[in-house]
Design a protein around this ligand. Sequence first.
Ligand code: FES
Length: 123
Amino acid sequence: MYSKKVMDHFTTPRNVGEIEDADGIGEVGNPSCGDMMTIYIKVNDGILEDVKFKTFGCGAAIATSSMITEMAKGKTIEEARKITRDDVANELEGLPAVKMHCSNLAADALNSAIDDYIKKNKD
Ligand code: FES
């Protein structure tokens, strides 16, 4: 069964949408189910000042993306990089074992948005 927190983030997801002038965008797909997630980040002075997401996927994928945007906001790039799928699942008070793979998407999409930001700001 899903925890109350998962249900809360699934039914009223935070930070849904797109950042038009995003500094980094990460798009990932889950090959096992075909679900897709995009995370947008806005970076100011090394801090993630805004994070938004669009997820076409299951309830657990929506809840984990919503949660990771809340966890990442206000963090430095280095801190945000360290957020693992287990951190997200713990923050949501657990996910059913069969749904743990869904939390990969959120952590991977955030990392890929950070990679994109770094690539764009190399020089
Ligand atoms: Fe696809 Fe959850 S079943 S991400």
